[in-house]
Design a protein around this ligand. Structure first.
Ligand code: ASP
Length: 327
């Protein structure tokens, strides 16, 4: 029996062509599929139309629409969905899609570091590898996977770590969970558990701000988190989760009004919870109502908090969700 998989191109470098003003998204889902020209026995690959755009301009409303589209494709019989998009925000969008993905059907996100007009463009081979991954039985029940440069990553850990290298996507401090070799899929590790969040019926526009702290920052921006009407805040703090010893009263006040999540700007490792005791330390911040986020990056914590807020979670429910799933 013929298996159906769906391919949706959202734009990005993978779909970009060069004009006198520079590269911009131009190719759509069927253009990209025809570049790959994948003929795989008894598989129908359906190109689902979507307007091509740079991923820097993706919005939460679009992510909500895309997640709903993925669900529709699966409900209509797709046994795999491949999304290609710009790489700039791929680590965030793939995590969003992963959190709300409630079936075992493989969803694979890919992109390219070289546009379609460049020598050695990696888009077509990334799409082909993604198709092969989506068809592999080992990919079932794995949530959303990211395939770049013949490596298979989880959406939970993958990050873009280079501006232009073909190997920009990594999962430090872990690695890829598998790879593609001679057209064969090798998945050698599986996540112990998946974190899921209910797909919110609609996008209601909850706003989460992310503030990365830097040396001698006067932290005056914190005040605008209150005045500009944000619903949640992510602090990307120093080291194990440390802030300067000033403006801590403002942080406490904000944490009294909305969930404030503590991440580390180091990029890996758990935010500490029980080591340091100085003003601005992780223990001090936690005592002021801040929620430590395990090893979630700031960008991924923001996606999680956004979805929890869209589900109506209050501060205490966010705290117990994060404690349950990320420690
Ligand atoms: N500017 C591109 C984007 O849409 C970058 C890329 O796709 O690699 O994210």
């Amino acid at each position: 029996m013929t298996r159906k998989i769906s391919f949706i191109s959202l734009g990005g470098t993978i779909s970009s062509k060069v004009s006198s003003t520079g590269a911009s998204p131009a190719l759509d889902s069927s253009d990209l599929l025809s570049l790959v020209n994948a003929k795989i026995g008894e598989v129908e690959i359906v190109a689902v139309p979507y307007k091509p755009a740079p991923s820097a301009s993706l919005t939460f409303q679009e992510l909500h629409d895309i997640a709903a589209l993925v669900k529709r494709e699966i409900a209509n019989g797709s046994e795999g969905v491949i999304l290609s998009q710009g790489t700039d925000t791929l680590e965030e969008s793939s995590f969003y899609l992963d959190l709300v993905h409630d079936s075992d059907v493989p969803v694979v996100v890919t992109g390219a570091m070289r546009n379609a007009d460049l020598l050695g463009a990696d888009g077509p081979s990334n799409i082909l590898s993604s198709i092969l991954v989506s068809l592999d039985s080992e990919s079932w029940g794995m949530g959303v996977l990211v395939v770049m440069n013949d490596e298979i990553h989880t959406a939970r850990y993958v990050r873009k770590t280079n501006t232009s290298s073909l190997s920009a996507f990594t999962s430090y401090p872990l690695g890829p969970i598998g790879w593609v070799s001679e057209g064969k899929i090798r998945i050698v590790m599986k996540p112990l558990k998946r974190v899921r969040v209910k797909f919110p019926e609609k996008e209601s526009g909850k706003k989460v701000s992310l503030l990365k702290v830097t040396l001698s920052d006067d932290l005056r921006l914190l005040e605008s988190v209150e005045t500009l009407g944000y619903d949640g805040l992510i602090l990307e703090a120093f080291g194990g989760g440390h802030m300067p010893n000033w403006n801590l009263d403002v942080i406490k006040r904000i944490a009294g009004k909305m969930p404030v999540i503590l991440c580390s700007r180091t990029g890996s490792g758990d935010v500490l919870i029980s080591t340091y005791g100085f003003p601005g330390s992780e223990r001090d911040l936690i005592s002021r109502g801040i929620i430590p986020a395990g090893d979630l990056s700031g960008a991924k914590a923001r996606i999680l908090l956004k979805l929890l807020l869209e589900n109506g979670y209050g501060k205490d429910e966010v705290l117990s969700f994060v404690e349950r799933h990320f420690y």
